[in-house]
Design a protein around this ligand. Structure first.
Ligand code: PEP
Ligand code: MG
Length: 585
């Protein structure tokens, strides 16, 4: 509910927390071009010199951020330093100088814009987020060439920063003692502005179409209120609105405290079924938070993150270090490293894949092993080395059948043999497969006994079962994982794992939805892996549930007609569980 004069804008939640107060708009004025140049070679030399200065300054910024205790975020700037010296970007600008006689300012601005556009048109949210890094670096190069200082934003009072988009360098250097929140008209939750906001605990909303026009219309004196969990923004909130936001802020603070306090509680149903809750993470920086929230290991380390953040693949040493850090943070619990799942909606610019009409049905993930086994062998070597520091499990993404499982094991053997021949110390790896293609579940009995574990990726399993692209908003009706077709496949997978005597977990988003999580328990799943922020609510749902009731509900739900029917069944069960006295059960 909002008051009459307030304007409600719905954006995308990007970093939790609420804020209200005055806003300051960040606007970047592009440095002006100095017109055509007579001596192109001298201008190219100016550009190269500027690239060196900006590269070094950006590395300095990375150092500063690292020293401030944000090692993971510092990598953003190391990646930017690489962009500043990226030969492709500089060559593209040099061509404009030599052929069109553009000056270096115009040339680098245009070259950066072209590269950013290419990244945005790849249709991948992460890469689109990287586009703002390229524009940010282009802008800093142009400023250096124009003799302008880099943009700095001073906040004279605690304020919310609003902008079309915010370059990562700006996000990292905003005066955090006065920064109440961030609201962006563009951007996405996986862009660096949002990643940094989350890392610094600054509430943020992105993708807020219409925000800047609404602020202009309301005038500068009108405050702004922001809810980084619902994605709501209120321009010119009234007193009652602000009171509501303050109440929310209080509740969020209390909930966070409660989530941490409950982290050590046993995850066990009322009738004694024990469940393990694990974390899904994408970088070593997320490990500590997940441990604090009670994750007993990592069920899915999406290693693409390490590859997407940069312009060349991470070396074996870098990977061994990143995996080793996570293993050390979670010890004695195991860390499940998923081999690179590139392709589909996650292309990587420096790993060119052939354009395909249906990339989700194409050469994705483990299927790349035919052409590029080296990528996986390097990863596996790094896993073996990290395993010296603790328990490591490795799983292959997009396994379709026994032949894919065999390919995976061959890659593992190759990595192991190489390391042994080199005399390098290695640990032990548990091997597993993701079950995210229906054929992998339907034929599970033919190969899972050769593995130590399987993990169900419900995100892809749902898209492949219902033939509904997971990124297409028009297919929302097919996106509920409680669909009986998915539940039947999960049940088949549980039974196959039981027959083979191996461990089974679920690591798709379904495991982090408290209602779906307890249904998974009813289907026989005992390990659930999810985003760390879901751990507390799922733990509460499990502790309030009775597994014998869940089993009955789960078996009946296999015959339901729709996901909505399954949800109704679960809600009825929840009401009964809370109203039926203990002795009557
Ligand atoms: C899945 O498909 O459910 C999964 C966990 O992997 P991703 O979402 O990374 O494809
Ligand atoms: Mg998947």
């Amino acid at each position: 509910m909002t008051t009459q004069n307030a304007v409600l804008i719905r954006g995308i939640a990007a970093s939790p927390g609420v804020a209200h107060g005055p806003w300051v708009r960040f606007q970047r004025k592009a440095p002006a071009s100095r017109g055509l140049v007579a001596e192109p070679e001298a201008e190219v030399a100016r550009l190269i010199a500027a690239a060196d200065v900006v590269g070094r300054a950006t590395e300095g910024l990375a150092d500063e951020v690292r020293r401030a205790g944000h090692a993971e975020e510092a990598k953003v700037f190391l990646a930017q330093a690489m962009i500043a010296r990226d030969p492709e970007l500089l060559d593209a600008a040099a061509v404009r100088i030599r052929v069109d006689h553009d000056d270096a300012i115009a040339a680098i601005t245009a070259a950066a814009a072209t590269v950013a556009d290419q990244l945005r048109t790849l249709g991948d949210k992460l890469l689109a987020g990287r586009a703002s890094d390229v524009v940010d670096v282009g802008d800093r190069l142009a400023r250096e060439l124009a003799g302008l200082a880099s943009v700095e934003m001073r906040l004279t009072e605690p304020s919310i920063v609003v902008a079309e988009d915010l370059p990562p360098s700006m996000t990292a250097t905003l005066p955090r003692d006065r920064l109440l929140g961030i609201a962006l008209e563009a951007s996405s939750p996986t862009a660096h502005a949002a990643i940094l906001a989350r890392a610094y605990g600054i509430p943020a909303v992105v993708g807020a179409t219409g925000l800047l026009a609404a602020l202009d219309a309301a005038g500068h004196g009108s405050p702004l209120a922001l809810d980084g969990e619902s994605g709501e923004l209120l321009v010119a909130p009234a007193k009652e609105d602000i009171a509501r936001y303050e109440a929310r802020a209080g509740a969020i603070r209390r909930n966070r405290g409660r989530d941490l306090e409950e982290a050590a509680l046993p995850v066990i149903t009322e009738d004694g079924t024990a469940i393990e809750l694990l974390a899904n993470i994408g970088s070593p920086g997320e490990a500590a938070g997940a441990v604090a929230l009670g994750a007993r290991g990592v069920g899915l380390f999406r290693t693409e993150f390490l590859f997407l953040e940069r312009s060349t693949p991470p070396s074996e040493d870098e990977q061994a270090d990143a995996y080793g850090q996570v293993v050390a943070a979670f010890g004695p619990h195991p860390v499940t490293i998923r081999l690179l799942d590139v392709g589909g909606d996650k292309p990587i610019p420096y790993l060119p894949l052939k354009a395909e009409d249906n990339p989700f049905l194409g050469v994705r993930a483990l299927r790349l092993a035919d052409h590029r086994p080296d990528i996986f062998v390097t990863q596996l070597r790094a896993c073996y080395r990290a395993a010296v520091r603790g328990r490591v499990k490795v799983m292959a993404p997009m396994v379709a059948d026994a032949a894919d499982a065999a390919t995976f094991r061959q890659l593992v053997d190759r990595a192991r043999t190489e390391l042994i021949a080199e005399g390098r110390p290695i640990g032990a790896l548990d091997l597993g497969a993701m079950l995210e293609i229906p054929s992998a579940i339907l034929t599970a009995d033919t190969y899972v006994q050769e593995l130590s574990f399987v993990s169900i990726g419900t995100n892809d399993l749902l898209q492949y079962t219902l033939a509904a692209d997971r990124g297409n908003p028009a297919l929302e009706r097919y996106r509920d994982p409680l669909h009986p077709a998915l539940l039947r496949l999960i049940r088949l997978a549980v039974e196959a794992a039981e027959r083979a005597g191996i461990e089974l977990s679920v690591c798709g988003e379904m495991a982090g939805d408290p209602e779906a999580a307890i249904l998974l328990v009813g289907l026989g799943v005992r390990l659930l892996s999810m985003a760390p922020s879901s751990l507390a609510t799922v733990r509460r749902a499990i502790r309030a549930a009775v597994s014998s009731d869940l089993e009955r509900a789960a078996i009946s739900s296999l015959d339901d007609r729709s996901a909505a029917d399954v949800r109704t069944r679960l809600r009825r069960l929840a009401v009964e569980t809370t109203t039926v006295p203990e002795q009557a059960r």
